[in-house]
Write a protein of this length. Structure first.
Length: 214
């Protein structure tokens, strides 16, 4: 496995959702839960053996385990509501990782998912599916909208653990909606849920994740 440099999150490391989706696909079973033990390195050959992702030096990068039931569905909103929420994306003003492949406003070649807050505290954003879509794309789309339920310019978080179920992939060019919800905060840990919906409102994927304050 290799996390290509374009799929970065924070500078110099892989986007957590994309990387976790890559590791989950390599596991060959599902649903799975991926725990990131350190930021995934870019352009590095990684191996998965007995549920452990390691780099060439043998250092542990992530653990992949069966997830059981992933009951983490966040209710949908319609496309106009998601688009209006995205105009309030905090990352336009201050972003701890502006080059993030998923939610970085500095990327013209990323997924450009910009989650804004709804009145009830959830986040929502449109998602235009790219020309090439695989399960890692869905995992990535399910990543940052959850993080932005707690992220702030003075309180950066990183993905620590994520479990996702991909029901179906969007077709290239599909106009989708992604929603996120904060479930609870325990010290430096925030538990969040996210869901991805297709143009017809069908649920395409859902995830639960733990984000860790830096």
């Amino acid at each position: 496995m290799r996390v290509e440099s374009r799929y970065n999150g924070p500078t110099g490391s892989g986007n957590g959702g994309w990387s976790a989706g890559l590791f989950a696909a390599a596991a060959g079973f599902g649903p799975v839960e991926v725990t990131l033990r350190r930021p995934p390195p870019l352009e590095t050959e990684l191996t998965l053996v007995d549920g452990e992702v390691r780099d060439p030096a043998g250092d542990l990068v992530a653990e992949v385990r069966p997830a059981g039931v992933v009951d983490a569905v966040v209710p949908p909103v319609d496309a106009p509501t998601a688009a209006e929420a995205a105009t309030r994306y905090p990352g336009f003003v201050a972003h701890p990782y502006p080059g993030c492949f998923v939610c970085g406003p500095g990327r013209t070649d990323g997924l450009r998912i910009f989650p804004g807050r709804l009145p009830d505290g959830r986040t929502a954003a449109p998602f235009h599916a790219p020309e090439q879509v695989d399960d890692a794309t869905v995992w990535a789309a399910l990543d940052c909208p959850g993080g932005w339920t707690v992220l702030a310019s003075d309180r950066p978080y990183l993905l620590g653990r994520i479990a996702a179920v991909v029901t179906a992939r969007p077709a290239p060019g599909d106009e989708c909606v992604v929603t996120g919800a904060l479930i609870g905060v325990d010290g430096r840990k925030a538990l969040v849920h996210t869901s991805l919906y297709g143009p017809d409102g069908a649920l395409l994927g859902a995830a639960r994740a733990t984000w860790i304050a830096r």
